[in-house]
Ligand binder design. Structure first.
Ligand code: C2E
Ligand code: MG
Ligand code: MG
Length: 545
């Protein structure tokens, strides 16, 4: 890169060259003026235009002597002032360039910081911790020493947030972060992994039980009550420890094993546990699955099933919902209710969402190419509604698969939107402006009202299956469904009923003017191959085929 003094010299040279051009014009004008004046004087004195008269006029007329000095004065003055101006202008440009550079660097640093730090506590996030653990493993391998990862969680944090609310819960987490930062050495890292889960990396452990000693210190500090306004609160802390190389040789395994130790501690009311392979047997299945999920996503072990939705106005299938499953080597097909929460906890929800979107849009393209014109709906989790990159990612994927945005529906839940309304609103507005349809899933299970939903850029609600399925037995549920459909229509929203398991339910929903039906009576979620077979014999037409 050109440095400042080089830049200044170059700018001055360019500006001087331009200014000099005008100084030269000045000199030429002055010389012409001298010649014309001399000719006029010689004609006046000798009544002729000749070389001799010209020389004689120059020799004898003192006014011409003064005029003769003008080109020199112009040349000198032009040179001098152009140098000064060029220098000043050059310096101005350099100043502004430096200012711009400094501003850009600050913005770049800010963006890099935000990507690697937790917004609430400003501690490193899972991404930065992962990097640091990886680096620490390399150094520890080379220099042959031990490192440790501690994961810290709380027994009763959910109770605190349920009682005091999210705002106080966050204030409490900030205090926890400050205490942890106060206790560690400069070389160690404290990170926030999930809501109430923190991790500490000790890149070099001097003593065999160095990690356990630090854990005890942390527990002592955490025993002191936390102050929130006039409330004094105690938290029951639990720490899980995993060491390199003893308990694992890569970052994922170490973090997973520290997690297993911590959860075992929470379950058995033990405040500090070091990982032991025996814990695996007792560890809940979800902890083992959590460790395997990353590989499952990378190695294509996930599969997408599609469940058709019948539009009652045309009796036609115009849309399918993409529902993810995990084809697990030992456990068989695992449903999303089990592993989506794990993906959310372990920071894997973004790669999972990208995988699902890509797969669903790829399948949509195949159907389009086969002349089958159906839209796909994809479920977005709460975390995706806080991810400002989602709209650009969706736009990129739609373009890559050459799918018009009108063929994509994104399903979101009311509770997911509550986490950060402003940010969610921004993301939803951008998606809606792109032409993507938004639908509120599991409607009725959250807290929000229909009138509040009308302020959001959504076009559809899906009445939760619990209301629909119980309509047959419970009159109240039938009333709720009927009123919801009417109110939604009045607000310009279309209505999908989930969980339609019988013909009777289908007819009743039809009478209630529901727009679209989805449920086992029409079809269970099935693979794309099975969907094509089902479509050829189904009682409903498929749009376009
Ligand atoms: P959902 O979006 O409300 O999906 C509908 C669920 O209801 C599906 O369960 C479907 O199999 C089930 N269902 C449909 N019709 C009937 C019926 O007639 N009777 C009964 N009893 N159930 C019916 P599934 O596939 O287990 O999905 C569960 C939830 O997991 C989904 O609920 C959705 O919230 C989530 N999910 C699924 N795929 C994804 C995904 O790719 N990303 C995210 N973030 N979440 C997903
Ligand atoms: Mg859904
Ligand atoms: Mg649903």
């Amino acid at each position: 890169m050109i440095n400042t003094s080089q830049l200044l010299t170059e700018n001055v040279r360019l500006l001087k060259a331009r200014a000099n051009k005008f100084a030269v014009y000045g000199v030429i004008v002055a010389v012409i003026a001298v010649i014309l004046a001399t000719l006029l004087v010689s004609y006046n004195q000798f009544h002729e235009y000749s070389y001799e008269a010209f020389i004689e006029a120059q020799k004898t007329n003192p006014v011409l002597w003064v005029l003769d000095g003008m080109p020199y004065i112009f040349a000198f003055w032009g040179q001098h002032s152009s140098s000064i101006m060029a220098y000043e202008a050059g310096a101005l440009i350099v100043d502004q360039t430096n200012e711009l550079r400094a501003h850009t660097t600050t913005l770049e640093q800010k963006a890099a910081h935000e990507a690697t730090h937790d917004a609430l506590t400003d501690l490193p996030n899972r991404i930065l911790l992962g990097d640091r653990v990886q680096q620490a493993i390399h150094t520890a391998q080379r220099d042959k020493y031990q490192l440790a990862v501690l994961i810290l969680g709380f027994n009763d944090f959910k109770k605190v947030t349920n009682t005091l609310g999210r705002y106080d819960g966050e204030r409490l987490l900030k205090q926890v972060a400050a205490r942890l930062q106060g206790i560690i050495r400069e070389v160690d890292t404290v990170a926030r992994l999930a809501d109430d889960e923190f991790a500490i990396l000790l890149p070099k452990v001097g003593y065999k039980d160095g990690a356990e000693r630090l854990a005890k210190k942390i527990l002592t500090v955490m025993e002191l009550p936390f102050e929130l306004d006039k409330l004094s609160l105690g938290l029951q802390t639990c720490i899980g420890i995993a060491k390199f190389p003893e308990h694992g040789e890569d970052m994922d395994v170490l973090l997973q094993r520290a997690d297993i130790a911590m959860y075992t501690g929470i379950k058995n009311n033990i405040d500090c546990i070091t990982y032991d392979p025996k814990l695996d047997k007792h560890s809940p299945r979800h902890l083992t699955l959590m460790g395997e999920l990353r590989q499952a996503i990378n190695q294509g072990k996930l599969v997408l099933y599609y469940q058709p939705k019948v539009h009652l106005d045309t009796n036609c299938i115009r849309e399918v919902e993409a529902l993810v499953r995990w084809d697990h080597e030992t456990h068989g097909i695992i449903g999303p209710d089990e592993f989506i929460p794990l993906a959310e906890q372990s920071g894997l929800i973004q790669p999972l969402t990208i995988w699902v979107l890509n797969e669903a849009l790829g399948q949509c393209r195949k159907w389009n190419q086969a002349g089958v014109n159906i839209s796909v709906s994809v479920n977005l989790s709460a975390h995706s509604l806080l991810d400002l990159e989602i709209p650009d990612m969706v736009a990129g994927m739609l373009a890559a698969h050459e799918i018009p945005s009108s063929q994509l529906v994104l399903e979101i839940t009311e509770t997911a939107m509550m986490a950060d309304m402003d940010r969610t609103m921004e993301i939803l507005t951008r998606l809606s402006n792109m032409g993507v349809s938004l639908s509120i899933d599991d409607f009725g299970t959250g807290f929000s009202s229909l009138s509040y939903l009308s302020k959001l850029p959504v076009s559809e609600i899906k009445i939760d299956k619990s209301f629909v399925m119980e309509m047959a037995e419970d009159k109240n549920n039938a009333v709720i469904v009927r009123t919801t459909i009417d109110l939604a229509h009045n607000l310009g929203l279309t209505v999908v009923a989930e969980g339609v398991e019988t013909e009777d339910l289908m007819q009743r929903l039809q009478e209630m003017n529901c727009d679209t039906l989805q449920g086992y009576y029409i079809s269970r979620p099935i693979s794309a191959v099975d969907f094509d077979k089902w479509a050829s014999t189904a009682a409903w037409k498929i749009n376009g085929s």
